[in-house]
Ligand binder design. Sequence first.
Ligand SMILES: Cc1ncc(COP(=O)(O)O)c(C=O)c1O
Length: 241
Amino acid sequence: MTGRQGATSANSQANWLKLNNAKHQWHPVQDPKAVAASPPLIIETGDGVYVTDIDGRRYLDCQGGLWCVNAGHGRQEIKDAITAQLDKLQYYTLFPGTTHAPSITLSAKLCEVTAEEDMAKVFFSSGGSDANETALKIARQYWRLVGEPDRTKIFSFKNGYHGLHFGATSAAASAPIKRASVPCSPTSIRPSSPISTATLSRKIPRSFRRCAPPCSSATSSIIRPARSRPSSPNPSSARAA
Ligand SMILES: Cc1ncc(COP(=O)(O)O)c(C=O)c1O
């Protein structure tokens, strides 16, 4: 292929992508009509803290994908580690009966780096919503196992965002996100977010005091899931992690 043919083929692919941008794809938390009227940037490459779109415009990637490209784009050591693992084993399940070395090693490492938090075990999930969904279930399971199955309510701040799975949406999504999937879980309690009015550490305990009566049936707060059983449930002592 000559240089000119290569450029023509790249152009026609770019044109095809622009033509089909937002045509067949449903983007999260956006009105499809608005997305179609103002199609998203088509990002093509990433390098360190920069990404480049199909027209060659370069952007500083301030959000790191969606906060998940924390080490930067295109890091050779990450690519090497992924490739080495894919060469060996691309996936295996942790469901009953099997496990594998990377999950054993990573869980040990995570417990080591979070030693100060006293984390004893790691449960792997596939993303933020999934992690929160799992945390909510673990909190409920905990109270059931210690003989207080009525503790089912979840504390979360109004306008907080904890992901788009059903439990995370029920617990905390902002009104426009939640509106689409009401009725959500009836068991959430939502104090106002203190963030806009004062510092988190000073305001959070006050927020929790305001909802003192329902606290006797609370299972966890999404800012601080139950880790150990308090000797006497005391809403005014709830505080941020
Ligand atoms: C605080 C918080 N929780 C949960 C999520 C959801 O994570 P995911 O998109 O991986 O499901 C996000 C994502 O932005 C988040 O910022």
